[in-house]
Design a protein. Structure first.
Length: 404
């Protein structure tokens, strides 16, 4: 089979959707499939074109995947309107590449990665003209999140994009998504179509528990007696990260407790400003580390934070969860009862679950983790990764669905 993958994010982005799209493509070529990718120049989560790339059209090959990159507008500050312009600029530039692909050798499988949700229209055009099986893989429910977070104020615009999303969902051949909660929300849109689960995975042989001596703890300036709380990943609007600074302020008298925030994103500058205004000495910020350092970073922490705002429940699923559990990490997770994240963490004993955007609950959970034995959480986390997040099993099931 020949695959044509269309998505705005791709390697060398280290977090989020781009990481999983690249790993899927490289897995497919390792199994003998031919894969081409139409994507943008890498910019996430810094929202700045990576220094080794030019914001122009280019073509390359990595791990036998043919990569066609397209320029796009990157806003200096991200807002709802500017995000729309950002995505539309990619739609316009990549349309040039898509037109060329209409005259190339036919692809058997077309996979459109959402968000942006409207990339599905390109897949529908290709299917109409050239045929092939059209897969719509949903990593985030972008339209629902735009409503809940009020990223788009215009009700008229929201109504239109809701209609357009539903049209895409009805016309594609196969819909896949990454969590049971997202699957249920898609089915509630009354599209009368099966939705298949393709969860995000992890390389359990690469990211695994390590002895503390092999972690980055000492290199980052922490002692064995420090109780290190780690948040690693995108620093964006959906996470409600202000609570970290507020919790650090409440716990600054406890000298053992330290907070490490590792990542980049649109909210980083604001978060650093909040910490500086409180004169906090127990919070440190570092940029995202290279992927080969991720196992050592994750094993540096005593406890990991997985945070989300209340109103994005089951609209997105934190991708950082996979690496944390694979490293055997104990977590403090903000999630509401009934959501996929809540049920998963509770059922499999992966950590403590607290109410979203609640500073007191976070402070109490940190104190409880510091004085109690959290070994069970760590053991259960690793067991969960090995049983449910194996990349070969998940992508093998994906191929079975396509063949059927």
């Amino acid at each position: 089979m020949r695959f044509l993958i269309f998505g705005i994010n791709y390697y060398p982005e280290l977090t989020g959707i781009g990481k999983y799209t690249a790993e899927m493509c490289e897995w497919l070529t390792s199994k003998g499939y031919e894969v081409s990718v139409i994507t943008a120049n890498p910019y996430y989560p810094e929202w700045k074109i990576f220094s080794e790339y030019k914001n122009s059209f280019s073509k390359g090959i990595k791990d036998k995947v043919k990569i066609y990159r397209n320029p796009l507008y990157i806003p200096s500050t991200v807002s709802g309107k500017k995000r729309i312009l950002h995505e539309m600029s990619f739609i316009l530039s990549s349309s040039v590449t898509w037109i060329k692909f209409l005259f190339k050798k036919r692809y058997d499988i077309i996979v459109c990665i959402a968000p942006p949700f409207h990339l599905g229209f390109f897949g529908l055009i290709y299917k109409k003209i050239r045929g092939g099986l059209l897969v719509y893989h949903i990593q985030d429910l972008q339209v629902d999140a735009a409503k809940e977070l009020e990223l788009i104020k215009s009700r008229t615009l929201l109504r239109w994009i809701t209609v357009l999303e539903k049209y895409i969902l009805k016309k594609v051949d196969i819909i896949t998504t990454i969590s049971q909660g997202m699957k249920m929300k898609i089915e509630q849109k009354k599209i009368q179509k099966d939705v298949f689960l393709v969860p995000n995975w992890v390389d359990t042989q690469f990211i695994k528990p390590l002895p503390r001596t092999k972690s980055l703890r000492e290199a980052l300036g922490y002692s064995n007696t420090d109780f290190l709380i780690l948040y690693s990943g995108n620093l964006g609007e959906k996470q409600g990260l202000e609570v970290i600074v507020q919790a650090a302020k409440s716990l600054e008298s406890e000298q053992r407790i330290k907070f490490l925030i590792c990542g980049n994103g649109v909210f980083k500058a604001r978060l650093k400003t909040l910490a500086n205004e409180c004169y906090l000495k127990n919070v440190k910020f570092i940029d995202l580390l290279p992927y080969d350092k991720l196992p050592q970073l994750l094993n540096s922490a005593d406890v990991h934070l997985i945070l989300q705002k209340l109103n994005v429940a089951d609209l997105v699923l934190p991708s950082k969860l996979t690496g944390i559990v694979s490293s055997g990490g104990a977590s403090i997770v903000t999630a509401s009862p009934g959501t996929t994240l809540y049920e998963t963490v509770k059922k499999h004993k992966l950590g403590k679950v607290i109410d979203p955007e609640n500073v007191d609950s976070l402070v109490n959970a940190i104190n409880e983790c510091m004085i109690s034995d959290i070994t069970e959480y760590k053991t259960c986390a690793r067991n969960y990764a090995e049983e449910f997040l194996n990349k070969d099993r998940i992508l093998g099931e994906f191929i079975k669905v396509l063949k059927q």
